[in-house]
Design a protein around this ligand. Structure first.
Ligand code: NAD
Ligand code: IPM
Ligand code: MN
Length: 360
């Protein structure tokens, strides 16, 4: 049975990078034998402007039934409705209960970091993906008047905090077995947010006690941002709340070359649902010019293959992207001169070589 992949190209550069990601997925799975059946969904700003629909329930049902979702980006300057991203991307994360947002940052090639002295950077941000300040609880009172009040609640549940911190420790165990340092850094702001993040502190204390072999440390989010720039090689697994994870993952992406190459996976490890997307957004100013970096989308495709059990295909894509990056066969953001499609061509050529040198 083929895997059913729901594709949401979305807005701005989303369709351009997803088209290249699909070419790479099609090529690699021809070689590995994984069967993918892509179904493309017309969701995004164009549909919204045409019909005022963000995500009809019938479409949501189909997305829910897919084996994985592959998404480009959501966001368009013509759509001013503040509920737009919440009604599409955040709805999928929340209602499919994709509680882990995995955002790896790995230096693909020396010289891609803007840091003077970076050492090796190979870390993963484990972002809580279903709670925090993102849940939309709050309101406005006396809107537009000098006495206006705006409240946005930061929701942290015992269950939500436990499962994400526990996941981070399990990931550190798996990463250590694969030759990484295996260290968990829990990032919060418990010195100021002493209700919500005290819960994170207490859960972290219990989880580290239960995993005495794993190195564990705590940093406040301001210090974590500073340490990421000062000594990124100290980090392995960073676990944090929804909003801090959003911010720190953009920062970490930039340390290894920029948003254009950063992939992510939104996962529910309990029922194996997953949504795979680049970390970047729709970058409207780059849309339609053929200059967007496809590597984030391509590497998100690799994360999707790994999730579906095709470790060989995932590894081959990662190797091919690294090789193209080393030779600067990349778009301009990574120091190359190529178009979106030509950067993907470089990956495809390398995949072919890797495939033909593989022992059969
Ligand atoms: P963005 O990630 O779209 O772009 C920020 C900058 O990063 C760009 O101007 C560009 O310089 C660079 N960049 C990003 N992706 C690139 C790529 N593939 N190749 C080359 N350079 C790239 O962030 P933004 O400008 O803050 O947001 C634009 C829109 O996207 C907004 O509507 C925002 O809400 C939305 N957004 C969506 C997602 C998502 O769908 N997951 C993520 C972030 C932002
Ligand atoms: C991301 C994006 C989203 C987020 C926005 C578009 C709501 O920035 O996927 O990182 O904050 O999660
Ligand atoms: Mn973001």
């Amino acid at each position: 049975m083929p895997f059913r992949i729901a594709v949401i190209p979305g807005d701005g550069i989303g369709p351009e990078v997803i088209a290249q990601g699909r070419r790479v997925l099609e090529a690699v799975t021809r070689a590995t034998g994984t069967s993918l059946d892509f179904v493309t969904y017309d969701l995004g700003a164009e549909r919204y402007l045409r019909t005022r629909e963000i995500l009809p329930d019938s479409v949501f049902g189909e997305l829910q039934a897919a084996d994985a979702i592959y998404l480009g980006a959501i966001g368009d300057p013509r759509v001013q409705n503040p509920q737009y991203a919440a009604g599409l991307l955040l709805r999928l994360r929340f209602e499919l209960d994709l509680w882990v947002n995995l955002r790896p940052s790995r230096l693909l090639a020396p010289g891609l970091t803007p840091l003077r002295d970076a050492g090796s950077i190979d870390l993963v941000v484990v972002r809580e993906n279903t709670e925090g300040a993102y849940v939309g609880i709050g309101g406005q009172f006396k809107r537009g008047t000098p006495d206006e009040i705006a409240i946005q609640e930061d929701v942290n549940t015992r269950k939500g905090v436990e499962r994400i911190i526990h996941y981070a420790f399990e990931l550190a165990v798996r990463r250590r077995a694969a030759g990484h340092r295996g260290r968990v850094t829990m990032v919060d702001k418990s010195n100021a947010l002493y209700h919500a993040h005290d819960l994170w502190q207490r859960v972290f204390a219990l989880e580290r006690q239960a995993a005495p072999d794993i190195e564990a440390e705590h940093l406040f989010v301001d210090a974590a941002a500073m340490q990421l720039v000062k000594e990124p090689s100290r980090f392995d697994v960073i676990v944090t709340s929804n909003m801090f994870g959003d911010i720190l993952s953009d920062l970490a992406s930039e340390l290894v070359g920029g948003l254009g190459q950063a992939p992510s996976a939104n996962l529910n490890p309990d029922n194996r649902r997953g949504l795979f997307e680049p970390v970047h957004g729709s970058a409207p100013k780059h849309a339609g010019k053929g200059i967007a970096n496809p590597f984030g989308a391509i590497l998100a495709g690799a994360m999707m293959l790994r999730h579906l059990g095709d470790e060989m295909g995932a590894g081959q894509i990662e190797k091919a992207v690294m090789s193209a990056a080393e030779e600067r066969l990349t778009t301009r953001d990574l120091g190359g001169t190529l178009t979106t499609a030509a950067a993907a061509d470089a990956v495809l050529e390398r995949l072919e070589r890797i495939g033909s040198s593989r022992p059969r």
